[in-house]
Design a protein around this ligand. Structure first.
Ligand code: ATP
Ligand code: MG
Length: 595
């Protein structure tokens, strides 16, 4: 795998988008879409059907967004459809809470499914299909223990050995399999295995397990089943039952494709309506097909973890504040952080689809989100590290309402009223008593433009006992105000402010990347990924907002001018007690450190 932190798929991967014929939005042209175009042109398929098949054992993460955008995107582009299928064959690890979360997240990304299905909807068909395999001499009940099965399997360089139970008669196998289903045997005491080839060069073909005994309740089927099908068996048959034409999955399944095809061919659901008749009777829209598996590379992001298991560990060990913690790259974490569905879709579109593994620089993701927010987020004023600025040539009770554009590049966002008065808050870092070279903001005897107001000059400082500056006393050049003859006078710096009397105090959560190294998963330095958690990834400050920002609804996103993009927290924000999360700074602050 390439670990070039700036890696994007190369043009040779033929994955990048090329401009559409009308010069509008580029049309994605990757190898999967090319296969689909060819299949439509040759008449192999007349309609395209895809599915997104998460296991409900956690919430979705940014990696899943790639599979979602690909499957639902293709269905949309080719006038086909895409199912959401919950791959729920592992009771015990799965939870209805995750099912609801997954549905929510897919909709939030902007997609809707044709049918919502569960692998468990098909448990009866899977059972009948396994009986067909037994009858056709393609499956047997094995009494070897898990350890024995492993020992018999052989290695990459040595062939496996046949189980002593491999040659049981069809009748005995059918009877034992029936008794497995009746719950007569203990967990782990028997398995149903496919009879393929113990000497195959592909380990997946060495008599893989089809069913295991697990006496555990299932969230959908309750106590009905003491046996559960294995992923490789259930997945391809689910695809076939739903009439999926192109089963898109990540590269780690490439070696499983021969087994996928083996099950699909040996069971041949389209030719055996008796196997799925009761699904039709149960009201399922089912028209089985022979699906084709195609693999693409996973999305890996630097400074991130994309493994549900590890994300679950962060939650369970309370290293973050839940699955929707804004530091998490779960879709709900990103949502709470203020990342947009448009920014996520833009990332996936830019990276394209290929078979080439790479690690995408997190900065590319942040730039996509900035790009989306730049066009869509209204502007507001906020001060996060306040220093008082008093305009001494205005009356104590001076008060005005200024009109500010909500977006500098888009008039359709309209204007808003911003209160202005004699005492303001400015950012402490916009003043320097001893300015470094090239400092163009406020300094003793220096001038700066107050955004939307005019030019102020710093005449005097007030300090506390410790020598810390607590107030700046300034005069406003009344001639530099809007409509006055000196309005065009130039000074080098412009700073933002809020009126101290009108501003609303807010809790502002400054988030940053959760890991402080590009490859937290890389343990070649002997360190666990947990040791790379960035302690600075969450900092909470008290800031001051202009009133129009405080009044936001939860999940409203803004650019706080000069500071970054922020979102009103969807859980904790109230107009009278605002809580904002920083989504991303205006510029990349990591490039310097890395370079
Ligand atoms: P994890 O390892 O995080 O548990 P998974 O692959 O086991 O992920 P599933 O719920 O089985 O998670 O995934 C559903 C679909 O999403 C699968 O088709 C899988 O290939 C795809 N997917 C998962 N992670 C990624 C990723 N990083 N990039 C692209 N697709 C992914
Ligand atoms: Mg999985």
């Amino acid at each position: 795998m390439s670990t070039d932190s700036a890696a994007v798929p190369t043009p040779s991967a033929a994955s990048a988008a090329s401009p559409g014929a009308d010069g509008q939005k580029p049309e994605p042209r990757d190898f999967i879409r090319q296969i689909i175009r060819d299949d439509l042109a040759s008449g192999r398929h007349h309609a395209i059907r895809t599915r997104f098949p998460p296991e409900p054992n956690g919430y979705l993460h940014i990696g899943h967004a790639k599979a979602i955008c690909l499957n639902f995107g293709i269905a949309g582009e080719f006038a086909g459809w895409c199912n959401l299928r919950l791959d729920d064959t592992n009771p015990g690890k799965e939870d209805p809470e995750f099912v609801e979360g997954i549905k929510d997240d897919v909709r939030w990304l902007g997609y809707d499914w044709h049918d919502l299905r569960h692998a468990s909807d098909y448990f009866e068909v899977f059972y009948d299909a396994a009986r067909k395999l037994i009858r056709d001499g393609h499956a047997y009940v094995d009494d070897l223990s898990a350890d024995e099965v492993r020992a018999y399997r052989g290695t990459l360089t040595e062939p496996g050995r046949n189980s002593p139970f491999r040659d049981r008669s069809v009748e005995e196998n059918l009877e034992l399999f029936r008794r497995m289903r009746e719950g007569e045997f203990a967990d782990g005491s028997k398995t149903l295995r496919a009879k393929i080839d113990m000497a195959s060069g592909n380990m997946n073909m060495r008599d893989p397990t089809i069913y295991r005994i697990r006496k555990i309740a299932h969230q959908n089927t309750g106590e009905a089943w003491p046996i559960y099908p294995m992923y490789d068996y259930a997945h391809c048959l689910s695809d076939a039952l739903e009439g999926i034409t192109h089963s898109l999955c990540t590269l780690e399944f490439e070696d499983h494709r021969p087994l996928y095809d083996w099950f699909v061919d040996k069971i041949d659901l389209p030719a055996h309506p008796e196997l799925w008749q009761h699904l039709r009777e149960g009201g399922f829209r089912t028209e089985p097909a022979k699906p084709r598996q195609i693999e693409f590379s996973r999305l890996n992001l630097s400074y991130s973890i994309t493994s549900k298991r590890k994300l679950a560990q962060l939650v369970n060990e309370r290293l973050v504040d839940g699955w929707d913690d804004p530091r998490m790259n779960t879709l709900r974490g990103l949502r709470r952080r203020g990342f947009t569905p448009g920014g996520i879709r833009l990332l996936i579109e830019r990276l394209g689809i290929s078979k080439q593994n790479s690690v995408i620089d997190y900065a590319i993701f942040e730039n996509c989100v900035r790009e989306d927010l730049d066009g869509s987020a209204p502007r507001r004023l906020a001060v996060l590290d306040p220093l008082k600025l008093v305009i001494t040539n205005l009356a104590d009770d001076h008060q005005e309402t200024l009109s500010f554009p909500n977006h500098p590049k888009d008039e359709s966002f309209g204007q808003r009223e911003v209160p202005f008065a004699r005492e303001l808050w400015i950012e402490r870092e916009d003043f320097a008593e001893v300015p470094p070279k090239g400092f163009h903001r406020l300094k003793p005897d220096g001038e700066v433009r107050l955004r939307g107001v005019g030019i102020v000059k710093c005449e005097a400082l007030v300090k506390d006992a410790a020598g810390q500056v607590t107030e700046l006393h300034c005069t406003l050049d009344l001639d530099s105000r809007a409509g006055m003859p000196g309005a065009e006078r130039k000074v080098k710096g412009t700073i933002h402010w809020v009126s101290a009397r009108h501003a609303v105090a807010a809790e502002v959560r400054l988030y940053d990347r959760l890991f402080n190294v590009p490859a937290p998963d890389d343990d070649s330095d002997g360190k666990s990924w947990l040791e790379h958690i960035n302690p600075e990834a969450k900092r909470v400050v008290r800031g001051w907002l202009e009133p129009a920002a405080a009044a936001a609804a939860p999940e409203q996103r803004y650019q706080f001018e000069r500071l970054g993009y922020f979102v009103a927290d969807r859980v904790d924000h109230r107009a009278e007690a605002p809580v904002f999360n920083r989504t991303v700074t205006l510029r990349d602050t990591w490039a310097k450190q890395a370079g």
